[in-house]
Design a protein around this ligand. Structure first.
Ligand code: AMP
Length: 191
């Protein structure tokens, strides 16, 4: 079983690359951002609470997101070949919870792929995406907050996986195919 974590700042290409990984390795894609946006679209109670955080560029509380992940992991059939976790874990607390959740189910995380993209490039990609995404958080003010949150709360998750020896640096600039080649090599080297 492969349980791959794709980590990187907003705009680093996690979603795009996850789709390629899903296709090649037949994994279940769990994007916590997409799951939350579905709740918002469905106007659920959870969605209403999440929207308040997301539109401000803040992370939703750990407990809320951990419960969502547990539910999604547990509802997969036995035939599931593994997960690509996109946008989770985003805090060290979430990372510790994930490791416990997997251990308790006799599963293991494989590797954390750390997609690296310079900040100017991230901002220009996100502003461009904002022209068509309709996302309440793809505007300059919120983008800057999301980047601050990423550097202060999510970057330490990469350090945590370094201590577990499950870390791969991936250069996130280049064509989509070039980046995916680097990702495939990192997965092969760690599986
Ligand atoms: P994303 O689509 O991954 O960029 O996520 C969009 C927003 O959803 C983030 O800025 C957070 O507000 C929220 N979110 C997504 N994943 C998480 C997570 N693992 N922990 C907390 N908040 C999250």
């Amino acid at each position: 079983m492969l349980n791959i974590i794709i980590c990187g700042a907003p705009g680093s290409g996690k979603g795009t690359q996850s789709e390629f990984i899903v296709e090649k390795y037949e994994l279940k894609h769990l994007s916590t951002g997409d799951l939350l946006r579905n709740e918002i679209k469905g106007k659920t109670e959870l969605g209403v609470i999440a929207e308040g955080y997301i539109s401000q560029g803040q992370l939703v509380p750990d407990k809320m997101i951990i419960d969502i992940i547990i539910k999604n992991i547990d509802e997969q059939p036995e035939t599931c070949k593994g997960f690509i976790l996109d946008g989770f874990p985003r805090t060290v607390g979430q990372a510790e919870a994930l490791e416990e959740i997997l251990n308790a189910r006799n599963k293991k995380s494989t590797v954390l792929l750390d997609l690296n993209v310079p900040e100017e490039e991230l901002i220009s990609r996100l502003l461009k995406r904002g022209e068509s995404s309709g996302r309440s958080d793809d505007n300059l003010e919120t983008i800057k907050k999301r980047l601050d949150v990423y550097y202060s709360q999510t970057a330490p998750v990469a350090e945590y996986y370094k201590t577990l020896n499950k870390y791969a640096f991936v250069e996130g600039v280049g064509t989509i195919e070039e980046i995916f080649d680097r990702i495939s090599s990192a997965i092969e080297a760690n599986k």
